[in-house]
Design a protein around this ligand. Structure first.
Ligand code: NAD
Length: 330
C-alpha cells in the first residue's frame, strides 16, 4: 500500500532552541493544564521504566503518557549518568519523542535537559500559586544544586517575596544560588535549617537526600512546602512526622506514595493513599486546597512524564511557529 507523502517531516528542537522558545510562563501554563487534565482523567502516565544499566553507574529509563485533552503522546528517554560532570556535561540527560496520536508517526524530537529543569520548577511554582498563603513573604530554599536555581526563579514570581533564606547540606554550593538571587534582586541569606523553618512561609526542598533534612518541629503553622527532590524509593527530604501533620498534595498519587516524599509516612502507616490529593483537583476547583492560614500544606512533586511531554509539545509548537525548528524525513 502506498504511504502518504511525508510533506511535514519530523521536527527537531535542540536544547538551544528550547531555551529560546519556551519561558517560565509557557512552562507554568503547560504544567498547570496537564495536572488539571490528569485529575479529570483526560491524561494518564504509563508505568515508568528505570534501570541501572551496569555501565558508568548510569540509571536509564522512560517516562511516557497520553494527554487526550491536549492530544500529546510521547516518551521521555534518558536518565542519570553520575560521571558526566567530569566530561563537562550535566549528569541528567534526556530526549523527548512526540508521536502523532492519530497515526503513531514520530512528530518531534526535543532536547529534554532544559525542559526537565523548567517543568520541575513550574511544578513547584504551580503548587505555590495554588496552596501558599497569599501573604507569604519569606522563601526557604533547601538545596543549592542545578535544579535549585530554576526553582528559585519560578517561585519568586508567585508571591511578593521579600527575602530568600537557604540551607544546603553542602554549604560550599550555597553561593551559586545566592548569585541567582542577586540577579533577581532579592535579599538572600544562608541560615541554619532551624532558622529556615522559623522564618519561611514557603519552603522548597530540592536535594538528593536519603534522610530527613527538615523536622516537623522546625516548621511554623501556615507554611507551604514543595518537596521536589524525592523521586526514587528510599529518598527522603523531610521527616515522616511532618508529612503526617501536613495537608498533602501531589502530581500523581501512585508515584507519590511509592517513590515520592509520602512513601515513608505510607510505609509506617501514619497516612494512607486517601490522604494525598492530586493538585489537579485544586486546579480544577474540585478541592478547596488550603482551608486555613494555620494549615501546613505539602506538595510532593515527584515529576511525571506528562509534564515533560506538555512542555516539549509547547517547545515544538513554538519552534515551528517561529521558524526555529529543523525538519527532516525519516
Ligand atoms: P545536583 O547534583 O545539581 O544537586 C544536588 C543537591 O542535593 C545539592 O543541593 C546537594 O547539596 C544535595 N545533595 C547531594 N547529595 C546529597 C545527600 N547524600 N544528602 C543530602 N543532600 C544531598 O542535582 P539537581 O539537578 O539539582 O537535582 C536535585 C534533586 O532533584 C535530585 O535528587 C534529582 O533527582 C531531583 N529531581 C527531581 C525532579 C522532579 O520532577 N521531582 C526533577 C529533576 C530532578
Amino acid at each position: 500500500m502506498l504511504q502518504k507523502p511525508d510533506t511535514d517531516g519530523l521536527v527537531i528542537v535542540t536544547e538551544e532552541i528550547c531555551q529560546k522558545v519556551i519561558d517560565r510562563d509557557l512552562a507554568f501554563a503547560a504544567v498547570r493544564d496537564v495536572f488539571g487534565a490528569m485529575a479529570r482523567g483526560d491524561a494518564y502516565n504509563f508505568p515508568v521504566i528505570r534501570e541501572a544499566i551496569g555501565h558508568e553507574d548510569a540509571l536509564y529509563g522512560f517516562k511516557s503518557g497520553f494527554d487526550k485533552a491536549g492530544m500529546v503522546l510521547g516518551v521521555k528517554a534518558g536518565g542519570y549518568w553520575p560521571n558526566n560532570m567530569a566530561k563537562g556535561i550535566i549528569n541528567h540527560q534526556s530526549t523527548v519523542f512526540l508521536f502523532d496520536p492519530d497515526t503513531g508517526k514520530l512528530k518531534a524530537l526535543v532536547g529534554g535537559n532544559y525542559l526537565t529543569a523548567i517543568r520541575t520548577a513550574a511544578s513547584s511554582a504551580v503548587s505555590i500559586d495554588q496552596l501558599a498563603r497569599k501573604d507569604a513573604k519569606v522563601l526557604g530554599m533547601v538545596g543549592a544544586g542545578h535544579q535549585s536555581t530554576f526553582q528559585l526563579r519560578a517561585a519568586v514570581e508567585q508571591r511578593d517575596f521579600e527575602k530568600v533564606v537557604c540551607w544546603n547540606p553542602h554549604p560550599d554550593m550555597i553561593p551559586n544560588l545566592g548569585k541567582v538571587a542577586a540577579e533577581i534582586g532579592i535579599p538572600f541569606e544562608a541560615v541554619s535549617r532551624e532558622e529556615l523553618g522559623a522564618q519561611s512561609d514557603v519552603i522548597i526542598t530540592i536535594t538528593s537526600a536519603f534522610e530527613p533534612l527538615i523536622e516537623a518541629g522546625y516548621i511554623k503553622p501556615g507554611t507551604h512546602l514543595a518537596c521536589m527532590g524525592t523521586d526514587t524509593k528510599g529518598k527522603q527530604e523531610v521527616a515522616a512526622e511532618l508529612v503526617a501533620k501536613a495537608t498533602l498534595f501531589t502530581d500523581e498519587v501512585a508515584q507519590s506514595t511509592t517513590i515520592g516524599e509520602t512513601q515513608h509516612a505510607i510505609a509506617s502507616g501514619a497516612i494512607t493513599q486517601d490522604d494525598v490529593t492530586p493538585i489537579g483537583k485544586v486546579i480544577n476547583g474540585d478541592h478547596p486546597g488550603r482551608t486555613s492560614d494555620d494549615e501546613i500544606t505539602l506538595f510532593d512533586g515527584t515529576g511525571v512524564g506528562l509534564q515533560d511531554l506538555a512542555v516539549a509539545a509547547v517547545a515544538a509548537e513554538q519552534a515551528v511557529a517561529t521558524g526555529a525548528a529543523t525538519r527532516v524525513s525519516l
